[in-house]
Design a protein around this ligand. Structure first.
Ligand code: ARG
Length: 460
C-alpha cells in the first residue's frame, strides 16, 4: 500500500517531510482505542447496509489479529506507516484483502484520531482519579494516626500558631478533593463522540454517528461536525487539571523536603524513598519529594505549549493538532509516576512528634491567644494587639522571659498560666474548620464522607 493520498499526489515525499510529519512513535499507544473505534465504525457500516456482513466479518477478524499482534509485540510496523491509523488500516487490508479497503468508508482520520484521543483521555482521567484518591487516603490515614501531635503553623514561613499535624495533612487532602472534582468535570466534557463528523462536514453516506457513539459508550454525540474535528478543549483541560494537581503535589513535595532537613527534622523518610550521595557518606536525600516538586514544571510547560499551539488556529483540522498528544501523554505519565511514589513515601513516613511539638510550643506562639483573652475581658482588639506586641518587644529587647512578663502584667489574672500550656493553644480553638480538636474530628468525618462520594463517582 502506498500513501493514503496516492490517487491525488504523484511524487514520493521527502525524508525531511516524513521525519517531521510521522507521528507513529507517539500515537502508537492509541492502538487499542483506534481498534475500538474501528470496530464500532465497521459494525455500524454493516448495520446501515454500507458494507456486506461478510466483509464486515473479515475486517473485524483482521482488527482482532492486528490487536493481538501489537499487544504481543509481533506487529511489524512498516516505514510507510505514518501514524497508528495508517499502520492499522494497512495491516487490516493485508489480512482482509479487498474488504479492508472498505473500512474507512464515511470516516476521516480527522474524526478518527480525536475519537481515539477522547477514549484514551477518559480512561486516563479515571486512572488519575484513583491515584489521587490513594494519596488522599494516605494523608487521611496519617492524619488519623497523628492524634494530638502539634507543629508550628506557618505564614511567610515564619512560625505563627501551633496547629494539629492532622489538620495540616488534611489541608492537602482537601486540595486533592478539588483536583478530583476537576477530573470528573473534565471527564464529562471529554465524554462526547466526534465519530461521524468525517473530515469536517459529515457525509453523503447514511452513516449513523449516534450508533457509534453509543457502542463506544460515549454519553453524548457531537452537534457540529466542524467543532467535532477541531475541538481540543478536552486536551487543554486535561493538561490543566494535571498542571494544577502537579502544583499541589509540588507543594507537598516542598514541605517534605523542608521537614526532612536537619534544621526542621519533623519527618524521617523511609530509606526506600531516599537516595544517598556518591561522595558524602552521611547524606540521605529526599529525591521523591524533590522530584514531586520539580516535575510540575514540565506539566505547566505542556499546558503553556499546547495552548500556544491552539491559539489562532482556523477551523477545522490543521496538522498543528497532531501536537496534542505528546503534552497530553506526558502530563498523565508524569503525575502517575509522582502520585505513586509520593503515596508510597507518605505511607511509610515517620513523623517526629517531639521535634514538632518542641518547635510549636514557644511562648510567642501564644501571642494571639493572650490578645484574645484581653478581648474576652472587654479590651478592643487593636489595643490588646498593641499591648501584647509591646510585651513581645520588651522580652526580645531586654532579654526577659515572655511568660514572666505576662504573668507580672496587671491586665492578666492567675488563670493566664494555663495559656502557656502548649496543648491548650489547640484546645482553645473552637470555631468550625479550625485546628481545634473537635473541629478536626468533624473534619475527618467530612473528608471520609467526601471520599465515599468520590468513590461512587468513579464506579459509575
Ligand atoms: N496523525 C494525525 C494526528 O494525529 C492524524 C490525523 C491526520 N489528518 C490529516 N488530515 N492529515 O492529528
Amino acid at each position: 500500500m502506498g500513501t493514503l493520498w496516492e490517487g491525488r499526489l504523484s511524487g514520493a515525499t521527502t525524508d525531511a517531510l516524513k521525519a517531521l510529519n510521522d507521528s507513529l512513535e507517539i500515537d502508537k499507544r492509541l492502538y487499542r482505542e483506534d481498534i475500538l473505534g474501528s470496530i464500532a465504525h465497521v459494525e455500524m457500516l454493516v448495520t446501515v447496509g454500507l458494507i456486506e456482513e461478510s466483509d464486515g466479518a473479515l475486517i473485524l477478524d483482521a482488527l482482532k489479529i492486528a490487536e493481538e499482534e501489537i499487544s504481543s509485540g509481533s506487529f511489524v510496523f512498516q516505514a510507510e506507516d505514518e501514524d497508528i491509523h495508517t499502520a492499522l488500516e494497512r495491516r487490516v487490508t493485508e489480512i482482509a484483502g479487498v474488504a479492508g479497503a472498505r473500512m474507512h468508508t464515511g470516516r476521516s482520520r480527522n474524526d478518527q484520531v480525536v475519537t481515539d484521543l477522547r477514549l484514551w483521555t477518559l480512561k486516563s482521567l479515571d486512572e488519575l482519579a484513583l491515584l489521587v484518591m490513594s494519596l488522599q487516603k494516605s494523608l487521611i490515614e496519617q492524619a488519623k494516626k497523628a492524634g494530638e501531635t502539634r507543629l508550628p503553623g506557618y505564614t511567610h514561613l515564619q512560625q505563627a500558631q501551633p496547629v494539629l499535624l492532622s489538620h495540616h495533612l488534611l489541608a492537602h487532602a482537601w486540595a486533592l478533593s478539588r483536583d478530583f472534582e476537576r477530573i470528573i468535570e473534565t471527564r464529562s466534557r471529554t465524554d462526547v463522540s466526534p465519530l461521524g463528523a468525517g473530515a469536517l462536514a459529515g457525509s453523503s453516506l447514511p452513516i449513523d454517528p449516534l450508533m457509534t457513539s453509543e457502542s463506544l459508550g460515549f454519553s453524548e454525540t457531537f452537534k457540529n461536525s466542524l467543532d467535532a474535528v477541531s475541538d481540543r478543549d478536552f486536551v487543554a483541560e486535561a493538561i490543566f487539571v494535571n498542571a494544577l494537581l502537579g502544583v499541589h503535589l509540588s507543594r507537598i513535595g516542598e514541605e517534605l523536603v523542608l521537614w526532612s532537613s536537619e534544621e526542621f527534622g519533623f519527618v524521617d523518610i523511609d530509606d526506600e524513598y531516599t537516595t544517598g550521595s556518591s561522595m558524602l557518606p552521611q547524606k540521605k536525600n529526599p529525591d521523591v519529594a524533590e522530584l514531586a516538586r520539580a516535575k510540575t514544571g514540565r506539566i505547566i510547560g505542556n499546558l503553556a505549549g499546547f495552548l500556544t499551539v491552539l491559539k489562532g488556529l482556523p477551523l477545522t483540522y490543521n496538522k498543528d493538532l497532531q501536537e496534542d498528544k505528546e503534552p497530553l501523554f506526558d502530563s498523565f505519565d508524569t503525575n502517575s509516576l509522582v502520585l505513586t511514589a509520593l503515596t508510597g513515601m507518605l505511607n511509610s513516613i515517620t513523623f517526629n512528634e517531639e521535634k514538632m511539638s518542641a518547635a510549636a510550643d514557644k511562648p510567642f506562639s501564644m501571642a494571639i491567644d493572650l490578645a484574645e483573652y484581653l478581648v474576652h475581658k472587654g479590651m478592643p482588639f487593636r489595643e490588646a494587639h498593641a499591648l501584647i506586641g509591646g510585651l513581645v518587644k520588651t522580652s526580645i529587647d531586654d532579654k526577659k522571659d515572655f511568660e514572666k512578663l505576662v504573668l507580672e502584667n496587671d491586665n492578666f489574672g492567675p488563670e493566664i498560666e494555663d495559656f502557656f500550656k502548649p496543648e491548650m493553644a489547640i484546645r482553645r480553638r473552637i470555631t468550625p474548620g479550625s485546628t481545634g480538636l473537635e473541629a478536626v474530628e468533624v473534619q475527618k468525618e467530612l473528608i471520609e464522607k467526601r471520599l465515599e462520594t468520590q468513590t461512587s463517582m468513579i464506579s459509575r
